[in-house]
Design a protein around this ligand. Structure first.
Ligand code: ATP
Ligand code: MG
Length: 580
């Protein structure tokens, strides 16, 4: 492809709203253009990348016996009422819902469990038709709260979603295991460094689930990993072991202490420097919206050195939504200013829960439900009953791994894929059944499997870039070879570049040929670095002797003089090795 025929415009400066490198670099190189918040035009260069990713996805799914199909983006509300998800998604604000001219409610699909379950329930009658796994590559719509980071979190984005249908829990687990392998193959083939981690199932629901995280410091997800045991889990799901703090030296009666303006553990540490954080118990009040439309205030206790995890809380409560209680709610529940909530003397309607970190803590400090007051030397059992506990805490670096011996580290990643064992959640709700060998009706066992296709492209750049630009992994690069011609119009250079271009294209190796006449070599190199095509051949001074300059985008500027034929051999070898 001659670059002069491509609508090729590069920008010197990062767009003001670009918070991550992948966004800034893709925008500067014309890969994408913003149309609105979280809505992007995919330019020709990006589209080539996306198609390459899609093709890897297709090949791996087809090889594993999955079948591609295409479902509509527009989905009737009735299906979402059947599954029971309409209210949750509307409440979260994530759903783009709309009405047609007749007043019927629709949404633009954020995911397709309902539609595919409806499809299968109408097609499948007998066990003989199962198992089956269907997939599509399609545009999804989600009204994200913070659409930012370019392709990383769009409001309209491309997803591959697959759904498996089996006759038993065991068969579902087998389908899941097969898809897990498909996912590992896909991300490996895309040239990404990634980690599969245990994950929370979120609003999709179901039992087991894992996320595929591309390792990147800029990732939005925090991951707990233990190198000794191989444990890896999203922080929303991760569990760990912590030991109870040392007991106080002597047991004394509970007493109230004035704590003027001490609203945080930090303030309290100044007043009680001998009291460790582990023996200060925080009480956080949440406003909880429940599935039945009601709301309540819930108090959650946790050790002063630990943090609560709202996802774990939401799951435990089966709530639609939770958020920190408002100032008014706190004042009503505690009869005090914000910052002095505690378990003793809260308004009766407030439910009290506690993170398991409070277990075994004796002689602790807690809020007094009175402005500028805390209780000290409090004991569960002696002064108040221990509230219901569960794991609501966030794992911290240095914790012990729950199973086995080893310390937990916290790293960051970008979620590019997510796989779930759904069980019969959707099939039961939507009556997606089959007749077994005894003609008995049973619910179908489902799994679902998503890959953020456009996010894969962005994460490849988060992982592979330098100060000068992008560095595409060869398997998914828009072109394999960047052919830079120093001086267009020079007879020898024209001839050699044309020959290299035609040879490569003839072999099906994609080459971008920068033969722009009025652009300086320096500007051409700058653009080549920005665009990040992995293999580079420069045709210049030595063209008459068939000499070229060879370099890799990842080579740190290292260059080699080769003959055109030697360079072609290298290209062929590297392209073949990459599986491109
Ligand atoms: P996140 O936690 O990042 O919001 P999610 O868990 O809601 O994502 P899933 O429902 O698991 O996303 O969707 C499957 C995949 O689609 C994700 O693993 C991710 O790669 C991709 N994806 C999800 N939301 C977006 C988005 N707004 N923009 C681009 N890709 C997305
Ligand atoms: Mg997910």
């Amino acid at each position: 492809m001659r670059l002069s025929r491509l609508l090729f415009v590069t920008l010197r400066d990062d767009p003001a709203d670009a918070e991550v490198r992948s966004h800034a670099l893709m925008a500067r190189a014309g890969f994408l253009q913003k149309l609105g918040a979280g809505i992007y035009v995919y330019g020709p260069l990006l589209w080539r990348v996306l198609r390459r990713i899609e093709n890897i996805i297709r090949e791996e799914h087809d090889q594993a016996g999955c079948h591609e199909m295409l479902m509509p983006a527009m989905q009737p509300k009735e299906l979402w009422m059947e599954s029971g998800r309409w209210d949750r998604y509307v409440n979260e604000g994530i759903l783009f819902d709309l009405q047609d001219r007749k007043g019927s409610d629709l949404c633009l699909g954020p995911t397709h469990e309902e539609v595919v379950t409806n499809f299968v329930r109408k097609q499948v009658q007998s066990w003989k038709q199962l198992p089956v796994t269907l997939y599509q590559i399609q545009t999804k719509f989600r009204d994200e709260i913070r659409p930012r980071f370019g392709l990383m979190r769009g409001r309209e984005f491309i997803m591959k979603d697959a759904y498996s249908f089996d006759t038993s829990a065991e068969a579902m687990a087998e389908s899941y295991a097969r898809m897990r392998e498909v996912y590992c193959n896909i991300f490996t083939r895309c040239g990404l460094r990634f980690t599969p981690v245990e994950a929370d199932s979120g609003a999709i629901g179901g039992s087991g689930s894992e996320e595929f995280m591309v390792d990147a410091d800029t990732g939005e997800d925090a991951i707990a990993v233990c190198r000794a045991t191989g444990y890896a889990a999203n922080l929303e799901k991760a569990v760990s072991r912590i030991s109870a703090p040392a007991e106080p030296q002597s047991e004394v009666a509970m007493h109230k202490e004035p704590t003027p303006a001490a609203k945080s553990c930090e303030d309290l540490l100044k007043l009680f420097p001998d009291l460790p954080l582990t023996r200060m118990l925080k009480t956080v009040l949440y406003h909880v919206d429940l599935e039945d439309g009601s709301a309540q205030v819930v108090a959650v206790m946790c050790r002063g050195d630990r943090e609560l995890n709202e996802v774990k809380l939401l799951n435990h409560l089966g709530a639609l939504n939770i958020s920190l209680a408002s100032e008014d709610e706190v004042k009503t529940a505690t009869d005090a200013e914000v910052g002095f909530a505690g378990p003793i003397g809260l308004q009766d309607s407030v439910r009290i829960l506690a993170d398991s970190s409070i277990e075994g803590v004796r002689g602790f400090l807690c809020g007094g439900n009175e402005t500028d007051t805390h209780y000290l030397d409090v004991y569960f059992g002696r002064d108040l009953p221990q509230p219901e506990t569960a794991d609501f805490g966030t794992v911290q670096a240095g914790d012990q791994v729950a199973d086995g011996d080893g310390e937990i580290e916290i790293t960051r990643g970008i979620e590019v894929g997510h796989i779930f064992q759904l069980g019969t959640k959707y099939s039961e709700a939507m009556h997606c059944n089959f007749a077994d060998e005894q003609q008995k009706t049973q619910a179908i066992w489902m799994g679902c499997y998503g890959i953020g296709v456009s996010r894969v492209a962005a994460s490849a750049i988060e992982q592979n870039h330098d100060d000068h630009g992008m560095m595409w992994p060869l398997p998914i690069a828009p072109y394999a070879v960047h052919l830079v011609q120093m001086k267009a119009g020079n007879e020898e250079q024209d001839a050699l570049a044309q020959e290299i271009h035609d040879t490569l294209e003839g072999e099906g190796i994609e080459v971008l040929w920068d033969e722009r006449p009025k652009v300086s070599p320096g500007a051409k190199f700058k653009d080549a670095d920005l665009v990040g095509i992995p293999l580079r051949i420069v045709v210049g001074r030595d063209a008459a002797e068939r000499g070229v300059e060879w370099s890799l985008r990842t080579g740190g500027g290292e260059r080699e003089n080769l003959t055109a034929d030697e360079a072609l051999v290298r290209v062929r070898t590297m392209v073949k090795e990459s599986g491109r």
